[in-house]
Ligand binder design. Sequence first.
Ligand code: XMP
Length: 317
Amino acid sequence: DWTPDSFVDSTVAELKEKVGNDKVVLGLSGGVDSTVAAVLLHKAIGENLHCIFVNNGLLRKNEFSAVLKQYEGMGLNVKGVDASARFLDALAGESDPEGKRKTIGRIFIEVFDDESHKIKDAKWLGQGTIYPDVIESVSVNGPSATIKSHHNVGGLPDFMKLKVVEPLRMLFKDEVRRVGASMGLDPELLGRHPFPGPGLAIRILGDITPEKVSVLQEVDAIFINGLKENGLYDKVWQAGAILLPVQSVGVMGDERTYENCVALRAVESTDGMTADWVNLPYEFLQNTSNAIINRVKGVNRVVYDISSKPPATIEWE
Ligand code: XMP
């Protein structure tokens, strides 16, 4: 019978056998899949697992430092690479959604390739691929997705010539969470909402600037923390804020303002393929809107997205 404990035991044994004394390189995204894959590999091969966690400058507020600390606290051999400037420079002036995705994918590969070259004699690339990724071949999760969708562009980067080890290949998301729980991973980490690989880039409509990223990070943090404080976070499958390329008139004291509009989105879903907008309490929306408008400079209007998928997608880009 399949149980999380028996899966961990048999997988760790298999990984030991397969990888032996070789070194494995693995890109951590902060998400559940790559983290659980890393912990399994770490149990099997210890310090021979070399993890790389890249800050693309498009993560949630404080996410890079907080998650990096968490990884270190778990005993993982992890290197945090802050490549924010490299990503944001490359994205300057880009407003096409697919253009943003391509640029982010390309820079990620460059950064990851540079970093993996520093790990001498690595033989394997570890990935957090799960079963739905295998069947759809398009992953919704971070680095592995980015790697796959771009591996035919201009010759293979060296790390992609490594042999691939994917310990979660046969698991569904809920099984990955159970495996993570049985290895004692932080429930908060395991319950984390999905977050797209291109991050806030696809939640800033139009071109991306460092200023827009920090405005959106503030808005998003108020919304997400509010969901947590009000016991709503776990009732929602995914939530976030979108910075619209729309300014509108407002008043602040005696002054007329002309500032940005943000949309809030929260959906219920099981797999992201279809989704319903969540009927969040009016009072919560009211408090969140007030907090955002009062605290985030440059935002004077908040709207709530009441569209379901299909036909609307979860992300706006
Ligand atoms: P959509 O917007 O297509 O999103 O309804 C479905 C799920 O996929 C995530 N998503 C992405 N994840 N790279 C990713 O890693 C992407 O380019 C990407 N686009 C959408 C989205 O956040 C949702 O969970």
